[in-house]
Write a protein that binds this ligand. Structure first.
Ligand code: RTP
Ligand code: MG
Length: 155
């Protein structure tokens, strides 16, 4: 039998401001086999939002993107799973919900995104970015056996 082994991996996921059905999305994340290792609700400052999406600073939509990201609380998540970065990108679906509904109707953006800007969820695009963004949002969480954050236990 030929199989593939993926070591456990972490990615940063964000449920973006004003997203409806956050609890449904969290249930779905767990149903898809991700462990929610960290969870916190954060209202980003403009400065943090600009840093978070700095790779898009020259895009025409950058101002709107920052306005959107600071408009209310983001739910910040560290998700752990084999191949988590790619699996979470797949679970989200394409950036544009119109495309998502065509090509990935079960995806979160197909079901919960309003439009290409207000598209419900974020996910790191590679392991380096995941590492950097987890550190940016949560600080150093490299110590083992901290699968559940105080915020989660308090829920
Ligand atoms: P994300 O980084 O949030 O996971 O999204 P993504 O990789 O699928 O898409 P990306 O190209 O990185 O764009 C970041 C976010 O910018 C907003 N956007 N607006 N108006 C537009 O044409 C447009 N294009 C992108 C979206 O909120 C997108 O998720
Ligand atoms: Mg991106």
């Amino acid at each position: 039998e030929i199989g593939f082994f993926f070591p456990p991996e972490q990615t940063l996921a964000v449920i973006k401001p004003d997203t409806q059905h956050k609890e449904v999305i969290l249930d779905e994340i767990r149903a898809r086999g991700f462990t929610v290792s960290r969870l916190k609700d954060t209202v980003l400052s403009r400065e943090m939002a600009e840093e978070f999406y700095k790779e898009h600073r020259d895009e025409p939509f950058f101002g709107q993107l920052v306005d959107y990201m600071v408009r209310g609380p983001c739910t910040m998540l560290v998700l752990t799973k084999e191949n988590a970065v790619d699996e979470w990108r797949a679970a989200m679906g394409p950036t544009d919900p119109g495309e998502a509904r065509e090509t990935a109707p079960e995806s979160l953006r197909a079901r919960f995104a309003k439009d290409i800007l207000q598209n419900a969820v974020h996910g790191s695009s590679n392991q380096t970015q995941a590492h950097d963004k987890i550190h940016f949002i949560f600080g150093d969480i490299s110590s083992e056996n901290e699968a559940v954050s105080p915020a989660l236990e308090a829920e």
